[in-house]
Design a protein around this ligand. Structure first.
Ligand SMILES: CCCCCCCC/C=C\CCCCCCC/C=C/C(=O)SCCNC(=O)CCNC(=O)[C@H](O)C(C)(C)COP(=O)(O)OP(=O)(O)OC[C@H]1O[C@@H](n2cnc3c(N)ncnc32)[C@H](O)[C@@H]1OP(=O)(O)O
Ligand SMILES: Cc1cc2nc3c(=O)[nH]c(=O)nc-3n(C[C@H](O)[C@H](O)[C@H](O)COP(=O)(O)OP(=O)(O)OC[C@H]3O[C@@H](n4cnc5c(N)ncnc54)[C@H](O)[C@@H]3O)c2cc1C
Length: 631
């Protein structure tokens, strides 16, 4: 039977809510999500074992692309599928993978790294894994409250196993962070195993079906062979066999940061679809007093708020794929023992994950604000998309912390440029900047890309010079670095913006040669709009570090407004092209049929507060006050 996954999943009625989850308790929301998660997992397993033939072989992506509609919030198995499986696949030995990655495995896992006391500075993680050679086991232990694992998704009630990031000790020597597989609940009864204290951390701003939990180990023993040993080994006699690179253990964070860029593109496409469609339906205020009220999409200020979101979704789709392919290439090199490209991949993943999540969070909020009061309704789905998206600024590497990682990379190449040493081609512009080989400003996409490179060079130089000044003033390097950290993060942000503009423009120009002329025109308008938008946002930096003039900036503003007008006729078509089903969009404002007010009223009628004409609280609390001594 050849069917399409989407239709197969859509026909599973229990997956599609009748009662909006906003009316469920914290506990009911979790239980409702778990019911659905295991229906989906069963489908995935049937697809994996071929029990369901499908026409669409992009299964995981396919199921992933509609899971938002199923969960409205987060699939409690997201970390099981998105991190637990992927980490075992990337960091477990062949033998371990054969044992642990069975399609019908009883393990439901999570990725357990963050502790109450440490999230960003993972070298400060306190959970220990001590090798006991007498029993050929590791002893996992949580020495104090701050060492309790805190945050892992699925940990509270769902997971019966986990990958634990812990400090490895052998014969009193600490070998740093390593990953260990630990069963934490009985597979049959689901009761926590002896020495395991586990629970759920409580309500959050979003992710309220993610079952984030806490976990403490009380001298919990696991076999030596439960340490993930693809890149590093502990032998039976306690011999430690070092990895080829001591950051390979950090590989899951690197992969998730890369994956997140594409996920954020998808979140932006949802928010843009909702806000643009609503703006095409909503009429508010005439432009000329003697004319009818206009679609709010006709207000240029509304176009300014929304078209950048459409463009940004495409930017992160393109850059997310570019980074995915880079990750595949570097991973293949690492497999061959060549670690040379890892530092660059880490630096790119850090700044691009940081900036994409910050952009996406701000633009989803901008879409909500652009929908007025109705955007503030949970039934618009914009609050949930915001709550989901803004978490990505924090998890998988907090924004500032990751930008500072990229700053290490930029400062390294600026130092080479300052010392007139050879530079890789992608940093040749550092040398141009030092030699003041400035190109005359061009009000074109190529000119803007060159301008953003000048900003990177200028900001990196400024941060580097401050660093050097602090060192000359007798500060130790770490203190000098801390004092320059605002400028360092600014340089990294500029580097990310420069990459986004360059990669997106180049990919768009290439794509334009493969599509119809009319589509090529629209795609290039979107790409040009993105570059113009950010050139105007960063015009101060361009004035500081490039050869742009005030007149050039005024010309950019005019071209930007032209682009808004050019894109306006295609705006609804552009979001329809994201092709997000109503069941996934879950939005009264963004539904394809445009029946906004009818859908809002339909959703309002589901409120339990509309079940009784007079709520019992009138008789209990209101009447005794308002009608006292009146009868
Ligand atoms: C049906 C269902 C379908 C489901 C489909 C699934 C697809 C889902 C797709 C997307 C959605 C995903 C949703 C995710 C949900 C939330 C999950 C969240 C999980 C987590 O948050 S897990 C915990 C994450 N935690 C972190 O990221 C911690 C951040 N901190 C760090 O990474 C490190 O502490 C550090 C890098 C900041 C510092 O490390 P350290 O102190 O050890 O190193 P330094 O001294 O700073 O640097 C030394 C040296 O090492 C280099 N380095 C550092 N890190 C790396 C690395 N990762 N790789 C390579 N190199 C690295 C660094 O550059 C330095 O080098 P130089 O000395 O500068 O040369
Ligand atoms: C929704 C969600 C899901 C999560 N899922 C998981 C999961 O599945 N598994 C898991 O292990 N973890 C998970 N986490 C935890 C997440 O990885 C951490 O919250 C994140 O790494 C940030 O660490 P932190 O919370 O300790 O913040 P902190 O690092 O304490 O950050 C607080 C502030 O300190 C600043 N700061 C910290 N270090 C520096 C520095 N060196 N220089 C300058 N400023 C600094 C930060 O910029 C920030 O402003 C999740 C978190 C969230 C919100």
């Amino acid at each position: 039977m050849m069917i399409h996954t989407n239709n197969y999943i859509l026909n599973i009625k229990e997956l599609w809510d009748d009662v909006p989850e906003e009316y469920l308790s914290h506990k009911e929301r979790y239980e409702n999500a778990i019911k659905k998660a295991f229906i989906v997992l069963k489908v995935l397993r049937q697809l994996h074992t071929g029990n369901i033939q499908i026409t669409d072989h992009r299964t995981p992506t396919n199921v992933y692309s509609i899971q938002d509609g199923i969960f409205r919030n987060v699939n409690p198995l997201l970390i099981h599928i998105g991190l637990f499986w992927s980490t075992i696949a990337a960091q477990a030995s062949t033998e371990q993978q054969a044992e642990w990655l069975q399609p019908d495995s009883s393990m439901i896992g999570t990725y357990v790294q963050t502790e109450l006391g440490h999230g960003s500075f993972i070298r400060g993680i306190e959970t220990t894994a001590t090798y006991d050679s007498t029993t050929d086991e590791f002893i996992l232990h949580t020495p104090r409250l701050s060492a309790y694992k805190w945050w892992p998704g699925g940990l509270g009630n769902t997971a019966n196993a986990c990958l634990v990031m812990a400090q490895l000790y052998i014969n009193g020597t600490c070998h740093g962070l390593h990953i260990f597989l630990a069963q934490i609940r009985d597979f049959d009864t689901h009761k926590p195993l002896p020495g395991i204290k586990v629970g759920e951390i409580g309500p959050k701003m979003g992710f309220n079906t993610a079952d984030n939990g806490f976990l403490g180990f009380d001298n919990h023993r696991i076999p030596r062979t439960n340490m993930l040993m693809k890149n590093v080994q502990v032998l039976r006699d306690g011999t430690y066999v070092k990895p080829k690179h001591d950051k390979l253990t950090y590989g899951s964070m690197l992969l998730t940061r890369v994956t997140l860029i594409s996920d954020l593109a998808y979140q932006l496409s949802k928010a843009a679809t909702i806000a643009v469609r609503y703006s095409a339906v909503r009429r508010q205020s005439p432009i000329k007093s003697n004319e009818p009220e206009r679609q709010i999409l006709d207000f240029v200020s509304q176009q300014h708020k929304l078209f950048i979101t459409i463009a940004s979704s495409h930017v992160y789709r393109v850059v997310g794929l570019w980074m995915w392919n880079s990750h595949k290439r570097v991973t293949a090199d690492i497999h061959e023992g060549n670690m040379g490209q890892l530092p660059e991949l880490h630096a790119l993943a850090c700044c691009l994950k940081a900036i994409s999540s910050r952009d996406a969070s701000a633009l989803v909020e901008q879409c909500r604000l652009a929908c007025g009061g109705h955007g503030y309704m949970m039934a618009s789905n914009l609050p949930q998309i915001y709550a989901y998206t803004t978490a990505a600024v924090t998890y998988e590497g907090e924004y500032t912390v990751l930008l500072l990682q990229t700053a290490r990379y930029l400062v390294k190449f600026w130092r080479l440029a300052a010392e007139h040493k050879p530079l890789p081609q992608n940093f040749a512009y550092f040398e141009d900047y030092i030699k003041k080989n400035f190109e005359q400003w061009r009000n074109s996409p190529e000119g803007i890309i060159e301008g953003f490179k000048a900003i990177v060079a200028g900001k990196t130089k400024a941060a580097y010079d401050t660093l050097q000044c602090n060192l000359r003033n007798g500060r130790e390097f770490e203190e000098a670095w801390n004092m320059a950290s605002v400028q360092l993060t600014n340089a990294s942000e500029a580097y990310a913006r420069s990459l986004l503009c360059e990669v997106f423009w180049k990919e768009t120009v290439q794509l334009s040669t493969k599509v119809s002329k009319s589509l090529a025109i629209v795609l290039e308008q979107l790409a040009e709009l993105y570059l113009m938008y950010w050139a105007l946002e960063k015009h101060g930096d361009l004035l500081l570090y490039s050869t742009i003039s005030r007149n050039d900036i005024e010309a950019l503003q005019s071209r930007y407004e032209e682009l808004l007008a050019l894109i306006r006729p295609n705006a609804v078509g552009l979001v329809d092209a994201f092709d997000i089903r109503d069941e996934v969009l879950c939005s009264t404002l963004g539904a394809y049929d445009g029946r906004v007010y009818e859908r809002m009223m339909e959703e309002a009628s589901k409120s339990p507060l509309n079940e009784d004409v007079v709520n019992e609280s009138f008789h209990k609390y209101i009447r005794p006050v308002t009608m006292k001594n009146k009868l």
